[in-house]
Design a protein around this ligand. Sequence first.
Ligand code: ZN
Length: 375
Amino acid sequence: MDTDFLQIPLIDHHCHAIVGPNRQADTEALLRVTSEAPHGYPVEDLLERAIWPAVLTYVSRYSGHVVASYEELGPVLQDVDYATYCKALFHDARFEQLFIDTGFAPAGAPSLGEIGRLTGAKTRPILRLESVAEAVFKESSSFSQWWESVQFKVGQARANGYVGAKSIAAYRSGLALHGVSYADAERAFAVWKSSDSARLEDERLLCFLVWECAPILAKQSLPLQFHTGYGDPDTDLRLGNPLHLRDFVETFTPQGLAVVLLHTYPYHREAGYMASVYDGVYFDTSLIVPLGLTSARRVVSEALELAPYSRFLFASDAHTRPELFAIAADLFKDALEHHLQDPMLSRFSGAGTRERWAQLVCHDNARKLYLETSP
Ligand SMILES: [Zn+2]
């Protein structure tokens, strides 16, 4: 196969905002995005992870200064022209579009338009359902008012430029979603209202929200992403196994909803299995690629054991720092190329077929799934 993988354009279907130039020399932020550990995790251990030398290599390459240690990073990052630095990192990795989950952004993050200018990639927003529910909570005095507002906002998503929705139910109450009656949801809402927290944590209400929003999204041809598996320090990894979504998938994919399993590791094989047996299920291996530097090839190959290439997508899940996007793209393309050179694959499939599979995974699947609306 003579495909130059470096030249294949990427649509990153799940990522977050980067910091602006005011935080360009925030070295601790750069170190902490190489791990999902909570903030108190020791710096000295973060520095002893396989990905850290990769970060220093990328900073050296794009700043033009050799950076050999954590201590040398700050002055070098302070000195770079941040706009030029970002543009080069994103351009060389061929990022064409970024689908940004706006439910999490680093402090002081620039607007999506500004991120588009910094990166040279087209940015499009993904609507986080729990954020909508929490945003309208404060101004809603009753359950019916709250639910009306949620339905309205979710119903307007495509018209307002969103290309998909996302749920973080996995790290609130888990992925074993089920239908909840209006009366039960109303009771749960009353309990939430009487608490002094604006954070939606009630299992019944989370289930009600996601279950009832599913048909509203399907009607707009908007895929629904789920956080699954690894990521976010407050997740209970046992509850984030995508196999828990079986009832949800069996209920809504026949109604035309596309379900996208994000991250998936260490359940990437389970996710691949689901994509191989259910119509309408898609997945990625974001976050473990790039954070699990040495396992990228193995994880991508395991993810693709059973799944069609038409159901697997590139994503970085990168945020805060531009360097992580470039490393994710680098490792992912290396892993995909390695996978597509598997001797059994080359024994039975031609170079043209394998090239097409690479294009599907890197951008065509995302374009079809998020940007094409069925009539
Ligand atoms: Zn994410």
